[in-house]
Write a protein that binds this ligand. Sequence first.
Ligand SMILES: NC(=O)c1ccc[n+]([C@@H]2O[C@H](COP(=O)([O-])OP(=O)(O)OC[C@H]3O[C@@H](n4cnc5c(N)ncnc54)[C@H](OP(=O)(O)O)[C@@H]3O)[C@@H](O)[C@H]2O)c1
Length: 261
Amino acid sequence: MRFALITGGTSGIGLSFARALARDGASLVLVARDRARLDAVADELRGAHGVPVETLVADLAERDDQARVAKRLGAGDIDTLVNNAGFSLKTPLVGGDDALADAAYEVMGRAPRVLASAVAPAMRERGEGWIINVVSVSALTRQDSYSALKAYALALTEVLALELTGTGVNVTAVLPGWTRTEFHSRGGSGRKGVPGFLWLDADRVTEVALADARAGHVISIPSKRYKVAAAVLQLLPNAAVREVSRRIKGKTKTPSEGAVS
Ligand SMILES: NC(=O)c1ccc[n+]([C@@H]2O[C@H](COP(=O)([O-])OP(=O)(O)OC[C@H]3O[C@@H](n4cnc5c(N)ncnc54)[C@H](OP(=O)(O)O)[C@@H]3O)[C@@H](O)[C@H]2O)c1
């Protein structure tokens, strides 16, 4: 992991990836929409670790911007891609905000696919590379449109891992549970109803994810409690998963909505 491109590398889990990789001496390309924030993070990382940091302003909800980031990946120097950019999606499937649901698909569904397919050929040729997709443990539930989208992202990651088996390119889906970042405040869902012991620290999520990716694991679930929850969800019949999802959604509901992220 010597040259990494991280989408959403300016906040939360993406920023933790950026800091951890810079600490290990990797050169970085950071992608996000907010230019001032990108510059501030790049300055911090160059100052703290002396590594080169490139920034790319891009809105991954826009296909032209996805194509610009894909073009940068096509240069062939990136050995680690972290598809992390994302946001909370609380809109219902029926009668909800279709434009927001479309944007969420572009950022958390289409962009990871397009960026992975742009970077994989050079990685395969070198016989080495890491593609890390930040998904969510909610991919194993059926709570809402966000969990449906993350289920797609999880399936996509596993299919990509299968396609690239034996090439030296490692593909890993990271499945965090509730993690303290700006995600919840930005999404307007707050944190009410979620017991304290369920909250994860972004640095810990990243530490486990990088260790799992280096070890070639396809699925990375940070923390024992979420590993157990994931194992149970995977053993249950679909009808039981739907019932558990209904209960989680009910328990975590706040005045402005809320479900497991
Ligand atoms: N926090 C949780 O509880 C949790 C749990 C499970 C999974 N996740 C997943 O973890 C990932 C990171 O979330 P986080 O919790 O770290 O959230 P966060 O603190 O809000 O950070 C989100 C990052 O994504 C970037 N971003 C958002 N929309 C973008 C767009 N349209 N184009 C380009 N960049 C965009 C943001 O930068 P700009 O705003 O400047 O673009 C920011 O750098 C997401 O995929 C999320 O679904 C989070």
